[in-house]
Design a binder for this molecule. Structure first.
Ligand code: HEC
Length: 164
């Protein structure tokens, strides 16, 4: 920690004193460089996976956030069919089940359990939209978001070399 602070101080000083100010990206690099403890004191449990799977998982995650944003916008318009369509896009399918098992294989069993429970919550969100009842949809969306945040609070990715 002291090393990181020293690096920040150094980077700030370098930025102030040198005529060629240190660009922000270099400061970020200086923060990571000293002893690059790769978890940066992140106490969450690692889910180990090779880089290509980690990139895929993050792309899926960005898609989930996109879907949640679509659901909220559709709820604002009370467009229940659009909510159903968006929620189904992150619902349970044989493909998502297989992928969650595959991605979770490098972590505690709980990761896959939570991942499957998350998709099941999206199924309930899609079903709730069929009631056309705003408060039921909001309650179901709340449960889905809780599945997102609980998993993020507990797990992080850790990149490992691919299995031969
Ligand atoms: C079963 C676990 C799990 C669930 C459920 C989950 N995520 Fe994630 N998500 C992760 C992990 C693991 C990461 C990588 C975090 C890390 O290593 O710091 C991640 C990363 C992300 C990121 C960052 C992507 C990037 O490009 O860096 C976003 C955005 C995200 N999740 C959105 C969501 C949203 C929205 C939901 C719910 C609708 C959700 N996630 C549900 C496990 C989960």
């Amino acid at each position: 920690m002291r090393k990181v602070r020293a690096a920040v101080r150094f980077a700030c000083l370098a930025g102030l004193l040198s005529p060629t100010a240190t660009p922000a990206a270099d400061i970020g690099h200086a923060l990571l460089a000293p002893d690059s403890s790769h978890d940066l004191h992140d106490a969450r449990e690692p889910v180990r996976m090779p880089a290509h799977m980690a990139a895929r998982q993050k792309a899926n995650m960005r898609h989930h956030l996109d879907i949640v944003s679509t659901v909220v916008a559709a709820l604002g318009r009370e467009d229940y069919p659009a909510i159903a369509a968006a929620a189904s896009d992150m619902g349970t399918t044989p493909e998502t089940t297989a992928m969650c098992r595959h991605m979770g294989a490098g972590g505690p069993a709980d990761f896959t359990t939570r991942a499957l429970a998350f998709h099941a919550s999206a199924d309930r969100l899609a079903a709730a939209s069929g009631t056309q009842d705003r408060s039921k949809v909001l309650a179901a969306l709340g449960e889905t978001l809780q599945a997102c945040t609980e998993c993020h609070a507990r797990f992080r990715q850790e990149i490992v070399a691919p299995q031969p």
